[in-house]
Design a protein around this ligand. Structure first.
Ligand code: SF4
Ligand code: SF4
Length: 225
């Protein structure tokens, strides 16, 4: 997956939640991206706003967005029905872009023309441009009614700028005795039979049902992305 495709998925959602951790507290704000290139994804804010100065110091960021998730129905017996859609999250690092650099980049990147316009209109924007140049990203494409495919979740992870990521979902270890209980229990069709059995990360919802039925504690979970 390319940076341009990640950018488009975020852009289709529009306003996103940006967060950083500063002096032990999580700070969030709503914003959107305003361009990309082969180095990364651009966004801007005003320097007078605390979030900009926090980012200059921490250089750490997460961004999250989700498409329309209104509950379509819920009859009290079956679970809630959602329209197909996706969520996308990014964990990464930012670099502050000085005014001169943005003006220079805008000469060859049309997306950044608005950033130049805003810098001319609002002087505090001149110190509010950033690029996310290292990140890992997860797209969680959900179709819980299986209207478009035979499984509910399609999960994709990727990274750019030299960052790395772990596969999603729990791992089945050598302790597996191939009893098949996890295979029967998984409603996401995410477990593959074999020696040992295997979780298919792209289909796994991390619901944890497989762990609860395994008789030999062969399934391990991880806390890292
Ligand atoms: S965590 Fe849930 S979705 Fe993932 S393999 Fe286990 S039962 Fe299936
Ligand atoms: S429930 Fe546990 S032992 Fe049984 S197949 Fe799954 S991982 Fe292997």
């Amino acid at each position: 997956m390319k940076i341009s495709e990640i950018y488009e998925l975020f852009e289709n959602i529009g306003v996103l939640t940006f967060s950083t951790i500063y002096k032990g507290e999580v700070h969030s704000r709503a914003a959107h991206f305003n361009g990309f290139d082969e180095e990364g994804i651009y966004f801007r804010t005003m320097w007078n706003k605390p979030f900009a100065r926090q980012l200059m110091e921490t250089e750490k960021i997460t961004v999250f967005g989700i498409s329309d998730t209104r509950i379509l129905s819920h009859d009290g017996e079956s679970g809630a029905e959602f329209p197909p859609g996706y969520s996308i999250r990014l964990i990464g690092e930012v670099r502050f872009l000085p005014e001169d650099e943005i003006r220079e980049r805008a000469k060859t990147n049309k997306d950044l023309e608005l950033a130049v316009f805003d810098m001319d209109k609002y002087p505090t924007m001149r110190k509010g441009n950033f690029i996310i140049n290292r990140a890992k990203v997860e797209i969680f494409d959900f179709d819980f009614e299986c209207k478009n495919r035979d499984h509910k979740v399609l999960r994709t992870r990727m990274a750019f700028g030299g960052m790395t990521f772990n596969e999603a979902g729990p791992k089945i270890t050598e302790k597996c005795i191939e009893c098949g209980k996890c295979y029967k229990k998984c409603s996401f069709k995410a477990i593959e039979k074999g020696t040992p059995y295997r979780v298919r990360p792209e289909r796994c919802d991390d619901c944890g049902d497989c762990i609860t039925v395994c008789p030999v504690d062969a399934i391990e979970i991880s806390s890292t992305f």
